[in-house]
Write a new protein. Structure first.
Lengths: 193, 295, 607
């Protein structure tokens, strides 16, 4: 879109970062009990109840749903990314406690998916919020979802899931992209005032 | 006294470990009932340590101070709890009323901290928690008053000894046992009395703004308060225990029974909870007391 | 030696001096009230506990006679302490009154009257000073908002005073003297029951027991804040004093209620006390005005005091006196904290306030300590007295009264939490942006009251000698203690140990808290809103109708007003009846009277 954005400036971490023993111990706890924020953005969210219940039990990985961003570890972005949703997503992501991860479902967050030429949808999430793991499929079936979660756990184990540090260190770049895309991020809602 | 305090801290740590393990095993039991696998038995420990290792937010000094006061009060209550007739930190001084009121300190601390976060959902959750306490605590206190008068003492260790000679109160005061079981469900915050957490209505009620170490500490508080409540029930109605193995078995059975029963129920509204306790449970408790004491 | 009548006269004189000095400068006049009440308290405490108060009367006329007793000393020192602490608030509220000079004069006259009541030796003295307190406090009330509250107070006090006057005259005619001790010890039989009942009516009217509790919320809600604090902490204790006289000094022998081991009339008073506790608690839960809430709380605690005295054994009576002590401290501190809020924000309605803790943290801590004591939670003084009362209730098999006491105890968690959550905590409302902490002179009494509450809760045995003197004087066994522990009927309580364990727990958690990663500080409006962007603080503040689900269950219960409505309707009917027969211009009634009078005149001739 605009020239402000620098495409592909921050590819996903290929090399693991150096960690101290306390951080490694913390990562051990953090990967064994990931809590997800029940914020289901789009159509891929239909696959989550199957992953939570009997056949593809998510709880044996230690994952479970939690109600508010403050308590959650992973923000699941399931589906296409409209402008209004992006504002709320940024608000919720910034409210989460660190360290935090993002798992993105479906092709709509990679390149727009089947809505790639819509006026209300943004094509590439990684310019606005740092994504740690992608799960493919439109929509991904529950085995892929479970596989994605296990991939996230392995990334945390190797120390490669550092999206939150990227966001913290390059905050102005992300903020510039967000403002270029949606205008005002924390909007003053004209319905309530 | 220093020795007693150290022993008390050991009991609190033991209680925390016990309850977390039993809760983890229960998650597996419930999962098997629901035909899935369930997490490993040490999952609760993982959840708590994960919470403690994250960096959350704070809304001011009262937010932190309330959590500290809450967890401190609960640990203090746990320090008084006897495990068996022989393992107790302050034998003879563990008055029943201390338990009731120190639990109230814990609740007050959490309530202060939740309201201090500025979120109305937290205040509503606290309001429901207090109203629920108003409902379940009064019949429980009436039944315990009967027990205290019958045994002539309000120290838990001596009540255990009395039951060893005269039979468990589960058989000799059956109405009281029924009342206490239902009050136990209310105390544990399990369905049908889960109103104050109410995850889908209130976004987990008082815990709405807790992240990181506050959440970890609050989970510790919930585990230890469950330990205290189930232990009270075991000591008062099931005769306590003279050996640690007997205590562990009774504890596990009571908690599993309460947990499994709670999964069969929906959730009451808060005014239904109050009406239920005052219309059915309190008259039962008073009837039991009058039957035992005035005859 | 301290001459008691000089103390009383000096207080009255101090009132006049305050009046005159207030005409020059209002603050100086209020400072005089501080000095005089402080002097009264310290002199009474020093000489009273040293047992060297002189009770001779020289200057006042002969019917006023004082007698120094341990009971009187306890009450007088406590109430004068409350007056002293509250007087620190007088200079700041002086410019809000319509008649500030008269306020200072009346304040000190009330103090003099109260001291006279507690040290009275015969009933005439008691009655004179009792009425003096009623008259002076009656004129203190309307300096707040409106005058109707004062009329309500006067009506109920009059009922009590007339009952007491009738009892006094009854006893004087029967015994020929009005000396308190001889008369009360000599009553027997039905005379004892009649005097018992009448004195208890007077006590109920003063304490605010059911059904006389109507005046408490009206008065304490509309009076100025220092007056509310003084009422709750001081003047209601006069009612407790009369209750002690009635219940403990007269022991009418009558039928016993076997199952609980109490005489029947004691049980009836106990039932009234239990109803007071329940009604006070339920009404307090649904109040929106913080002062009215604390007024109902005072009524409920008065019910606890009455309940303790009805049981009548040593543990219960000690518990009753300790509850008087702890409740006076806690209630005064709570009223003073709300007074600070009113001083800074001109309102005390909970639904209009919010987030005061960020402006006035010390006031918040004072209020928190006061409500912990009122709810009866360790490590404050309220826990000790509640523990003692529960011991006595359990010992006597009092199932229904104990149920009411438990309901009151748990319900008190609910209503004390309401101002805490909705007034002090919650969102910071923008219209109170410039509110500051209370001035230093207001902070001093609040901090002193809090520290005393804590000491009373952790080391209650320090205050027990004062109560043990009263117990030996009344002829009861004193409470058994051993070191710092208190021994009740079915258990031992070690408050110092409880406080130490609580402190250890908090310390352990504090260390744990500091080890883990530090949290980042965010503002109050940055909170979970389900993804919505909200910028007005009122939308995120939960304060109106705080206990709405519980209140809905009894929203339509008026509790007390039905009785008074029916009395009012009967009085109106009587008036209509009289007007119909005696003040009419209807021809048929005139014919009726003509026929009746003629019949009356010629009756003798016909029969």
């Amino acid at each position: 879109m605009e020239e402000i954005r620098i495409k592909n400036a921050f590819p996903t971490q290929e090399t693991a970062e150096q960690r101290g023993t306390w951080t490694e111990l913390g990562d051990y706890f953090r990967r064994q009990s990931i809590w997800m924020l029940m914020y289901c953005t789009g159509c891929c969210a239909i696959e989550l109840p199957q992953a939570m219940t009997t056949v593809y039990d998510m709880e044996r990985l230690g994952m479970g749903p939690m109600a508010t961003p403050r308590q959650a570890d992973v923000l699941l972005i399931t589906g296409y990314l409209s402008l209004k949703t992006l504002r709320r997503l940024i608000y919720s992501y910034e409210q989460m406690s660190e360290p935090k991860y993002i798992a993105a479902f479906g092709p709509c967050v990679l390149n727009g998916g089947i809505y790639h030429d819509s006026h209300a949808v943004l094509n590439r999430l990684d310019d606005y919020l740092p994504v740690d793991v992608y799960v493919g499929g439109c929509m991904p079936n529950p085995e892929s979802v479970m596989n994605g979660f296990v991939d996230l756990m392995n990334l945390i184990k190797d120390g490669k899931a550092t999206g939150w540090k990227r966001y913290r260190d390059n905050h102005e770049w992300y903020r510039a992209n967000q403002i270029a895309a949606v205008g005002e991020v924390f909007v003053h809602d004209e319905f309530h005032e | 006294m220093i020795l007693g305090i150290l022993a008390g801290l050991g009991i609190a740590l033991f209680g925390f470990t016990l309850q977390s393990s039993v809760a983890g095993i229960n998650r597996k039991v419930v999962a098997r009932v629901q035909k899935r696998y369930g997490p490993p038995w040490y999952q609760e420990f993982l959840d708590i340590f994960k919470g403690l290792s994250k960096r959350g937010v704070t809304h001011g000094w009262i937010f932190d101070f309330g959590v500290i006061m809450a967890v401190g009060g609960i640990i203090a209550t746990a320090m008084f709890m006897p495990i068996t007739s022989n393992i107790a930190a302050f034998s003879g001084l563990d008055n029943f009323f201390i338990f009731v009121y120190l639990l109230a300190v814990g609740m007050l601390g959490m309530a202060m901290s939740a309201s201090g976060s500025g979120n109305p959902l937290a205040s509503i959750g606290v309001m429901r928690a207090l109203t629920q306490m108003f409902a379940y605590e009064v019949p429980f206190l009436v039944i315990v008053m009967t027990i205290i008068k019958v045994t002539g003492t309000s120290s838990l260790v001596e009540i255990m000894a009395y039951q060893g000679q005269n039979g468990w109160f589960m058989w000799t005061m059956p109405l009281g046992f029924v009342v206490a079981s239902i009050s136990l469900l209310g105390m544990l915050g399990k369905k049908p009395f889960e109103t104050f957490i109410a995850p889908a209505e209130l976004a987990s009620g008082p815990m709405v703004e807790y992240g990181g170490k506050h959440l970890g500490l609050l989970f510790i508080m919930m585990e230890i308060s469950h330990f205290i409540e189930v232990s009270l029930f075991v000591h008062l109605f099931l005769g306590g225990a003279t050996t640690i193995v007997g205590y562990l078995i009774k504890y596990f059975l009571v908690y599993t029974a309460a947990n499994l029963y709670s999964y069969l129920n929906g959730r009451f509204k808060i005014d239904q909870v109050v009406v239920f306790f005052y219309k059915w449970i309190l008259p039962l408790a008073v009837l039991q007391a009058v039957w035992v004491l005035w005859r | 030696m301290l001459n008691l009548e000089l103390v009383v006269l000096a207080t009255l004189l101090g009132g006049v001096v305050a009046y005159l000095l207030s005409m020059i400068n209002k603050r100086v006049g209020s400072a005089v009230t501080i000095l005089v009440s402080g002097a009264v308290f310290s002199l009474l405490a020093y000489y009273g506990f040293g047992n060297s108060i002189d009770q001779t009367v020289e200057l006042i006329p002969n019917f006023v006679m004082f007698k120094v007793t341990a009971l009187g000393t306890f009450f007088a020192v406590l109430v004068s302490f409350v007056f002293f602490m509250v007087s620190f608030f007088n200079p700041f509220f002086a410019e809000r009154y319509k008649y500030p000079n008269a306020f200072n004069l009346l304040y000190l006259m009330t103090l003099a009257g109260v001291v006279g009541v507690f040290y009275a030796s015969n009933f005439i003295t008691l009655f004179v000073f009792f009425e003096l307190v009623v008259w002076t406090s009656m004129f203190l009330i309307p300096m707040g908002k409106g005058t109707k509250a004062s009329i309500t107070y006067f009506v109920f006090s009059t009922v009590g005073s007339f009952a007491m006057l009738y009892a006094i005259i009854f006893m004087a005619v029967g015994f020929g003297t009005t000396d308190i001790d001889t008369v009360l010890a000599g009553l027997t039989g039905t005379a004892a029951l009649i005097v018992y009942g009448l004195l208890l009516v007077a006590s109920f009217a003063k304490l605010g027991a059911y059904p006389f509790m109507v005046w408490l919320p009206k008065v304490l809600g509309n009076a100025p804040d220092p007056v509310s604090a003084v009422f709750s902490g001081g003047i209601e204790k006069m009612g407790a004093f009369i209750a002690v006289l009635a219940m403990i000094k007269i022991s009418p022998a009558s039928a016993m209620f076997e199952a609980v081991g109490l005489p029947v009339q004691n049980y009836i008073v106990g039932v009234i006390a239990a109803v007071t506790i329940i009604v006070g608690t339920m009404m307090a839960i649904r109040q929106d005005d913080a002062k009215k809430l604390l007024a109902y709380s005072s009524a409920a605690n008065g019910g606890y005091i009455l309940l303790a005295f009805t049981i009548g054994n040593s543990v219960a009576i000690t518990g009753g006196f300790f509850h008087i002590f702890a409740h006076a401290l806690a209630s005064t501190a709570a009223f003073l904290a709300i007074g600070v809020v009113t001083y800074r924000t001109k309102t005390s309605k909970i639904s209009e306030l919010g987030g005061m803790i960020h402006h006035m943290p010390i006031t918040y801590v004072v209020y928190l300590a006061a409500i912990i004591s009122m709810a009866g939670i360790p490590p404050m003084g309220g826990f000790i007295s509640k523990w003692l009362i529960f011991q006595a209730l359990i010992q006597n098999n009092l199932v229904f009264l104990a149920t009411a006491a438990f309901i009151g105890s748990i319900g008190s968690f609910l209503y004390v939490f309401r101002p805490l959550a909705a007034l002090f905590l919650g969102q910071k409302l923008p219209k109170y942006k410039d509110v500051k902490e209370a001035p230093l002179l207001m902070l001093i009494p609040m901090i002193i009251l809090t520290l005393l509450s804590v000491v009373a809760g952790v080391f209650p045995t320090l205050f027990l000698p004062m109560i043990n003197n009263i117990m030996t004087e009344l002829g009861f066994q004193t409470l058994m203690t051993s070191g710092f522990q208190i021994i009740g009927f079915n258990g031992t309580l070690d408050p110092a140990l409880v406080a130490a364990v609580f402190g250890t727990g908090v310390l352990v958690v504090f260390i744990l808290f500091m080890i883990f990663p530090k949290s980042r500080k965010v503002g109050l409006m940055d909170t979970y809103t389900g993804g919505e962007f909200i910028y007005t603080e009122e939308l995120l503040h939960y304060s109106a109708d705080f206990y709405a689900p519980l209140e809905r269950l009894y929203r339509k219960e008026p509790f007390v007003n039905k009785i008074y409505d029916s009395i009012r309707i009967k009085v109106e009917e009587l008036g209509a009846f009289v007007r119909y027969f005696f003040f009419t211009n209807k021809p048929e009634v005139t014919v009726f009277w003509i026929v009746a009078i003629l019949l009356f005149i010629v009756w003798g001739d016909i029969i």
